[in-house]
Design a protein around this ligand. Structure first.
Ligand code: NIG
Ligand code: FE
Length: 411
């Protein structure tokens, strides 16, 4: 099967093979080809270039993209899209003056979602989650990470991970699974956090490894949730089963999550709304990708990750949604890119790099997705007619996507 897109107004994020991530000033550049063609063979990017150099070959399908642009699909490296029910009641409580913390302390928040999920069948959980996965693919996401963490019992955590596994089997975008058993302390273990963590390590982790249910391990390293010491314990245990750390740090307080993440060679440290100079210093020269979640800052009205400080220090930065029922009920990467430009003063070039190749890196997927590169998956966004790609974050409330392609197939 061969398809060719012709007359592409601008082909965006064109990269040679081998680029894993972009750091510091490299993020300012977004290589493109104007008036381009793009050839797809069996779902992979086979060739591209200027229309003047288009080879004479016979193809099965020709798509005229006059006036439109093509970019790689978004790589959303941090989501919780497997969950049951919603929490719009808490949303209204917050409007009426309660804080996220106060709601959590009353048994709302993560524990509220866990109760709902425990009482939901696997089939129901699958169909609720599948609807969200389809929604985000239509919004341009072509690779995604999904976490557990709304189960908080052995059975419910495994139920979540099996739903993620089934999504992996039934959908052809790359999906990565993360075990986030240490997301909150369940009511049954109130006052016995160590007992809960021990249960996760001794009973749940071996089963996850047995059934190959997770790629990564996560923990909510935050005051009132899990300490640096707890983080060290859970990451050490995860490593024994081959799970790589990708962790929640510095959302409300900087308590040393970045440092322990780096010490464990984490693939990413995510959230980072509260960042100290020492946190930036700790990340320099490491392989750990900082990940910002601007929709979460928007929805909770908390600070935005200081992207300028991070990038200007020469570090890379990835952008992701954090799609979840409590702090970010949106999986729209287009909004994330726009918000990063509007609120975090990232340039459109930096934001697009952060939402594509750097997001791919934060899921170990840089060789498969995240740029227009020969041999990568033809997971593509075809825009509506636009004047420049700056229009994408500028028109923050408009859907500028015409079509999304997964492995060369229209989704
Ligand atoms: O990433 N911060 C921890 N976990 C989620 C929110 C959890 C919830 O409120 O349901 C997050 O924002
Ligand atoms: Fe999260």
């Amino acid at each position: 099967m061969k398809q060719v897109f012709i007359n592409i107004k601008e082909l965006i994020q064109v990269r040679p093979k081998g680029i894993q991530k972009l750091s510091g000033s490299e993020m300012k550049e977004l290589p493109t080809i104007k008036n381009a063609y793009l050839l797809i063979e069996n779902g992979l990017i086979a060739a591209f270039g200027s229309m003047e150099e288009i080879p004479k070959i016979s193809v099965d399908e020709t798509i005229d993209a006059t006036g439109k642009m093509i970019l790689p699909t978004w790589c959303d490296s941090h989501t919780h899209i497997v969950y049951a029910g919603n929490r719009e009641g808490e949303f209204v409580d917050r409007i009426n003056g309660l804080s996220y913390e106060e709601i959590a302390n009353r048994g709302g928040g993560i524990l509220n979602s866990a109760k709902k999920l425990q009482g939901t069948t696997s089939d129901d959980l699958y169909s609720q989650s599948e609807a969200r996965l389809k929604e985000v693919i239509r919004q341009g996401t072509g690779a995604v990470e999904i976490k557990s963490g709304y189960g908080l019992t052995k059975d419910a955590e495994l139920k979540m991970l099996k739903v993620i596994q089934k999504l992996k089997q039934n959908y052809s975008i790359p999906i990565r699974a993360t075990f986030l058993g240490a997301h909150a302390i369940p009511a049954e273990f109130k006052g016995n956090k160590k007992g809960y963590l021990k249960m996760l390590v001794e009973e749940v982790l071996p089963e996850i490894a047995n059934q190959d249910l997770a790629d990564y391990i996560d923990i909510f390293c935050e005051s009132g949730y899990f300490s640096v010491e707890d983080t060290d314990y859970i990451l050490t245990a995860g490593k024994q089963y081959g799970l790589v750390p990708k962790i929640h740090v510095n959302q409300f307080n900087a308590i040393g999550g970045v440092q322990i993440g780096v010490q464990h060679n984490a693939l990413s440290v995510d959230h980072l709304e509260v960042v100290r100079e020492t946190d930036i210093e700790a990340l320099i020269g490491t392989r750990t990708m900082p990940v910002a979640l601007p929709s979460c800052s928007y929805f909770l009205s908390i600070p935005y990750t200081p992207a300028r400080d991070i990038i200007d220090a020469g570090l890379p930065l990835a952008l992701a949604t954090d799609y979840n029922p409590g702090s970010t009920p949106s999986g729209n990467m287009n909004f994330v890119i726009a918000t990063a430009c509007i609120k975090m003063k990232m340039t459109p070039e930096e934001a697009i790099n952060a939402g594509t190749i750097n997001g791919a890196y934060a899921m170990d997927l840089s060789d498969e997705v995240g740029s227009i590169t020969k041999g990568k998956k033809a997971n593509l966004i075809l825009t509506k007619p636009i004047n420049s790609y700056h229009f994408l974050p500028y028109a923050f409330g408009s859907n500028m996507i015409d079509k999304v392609y997964v492995n060369g197939k229209e989704f």
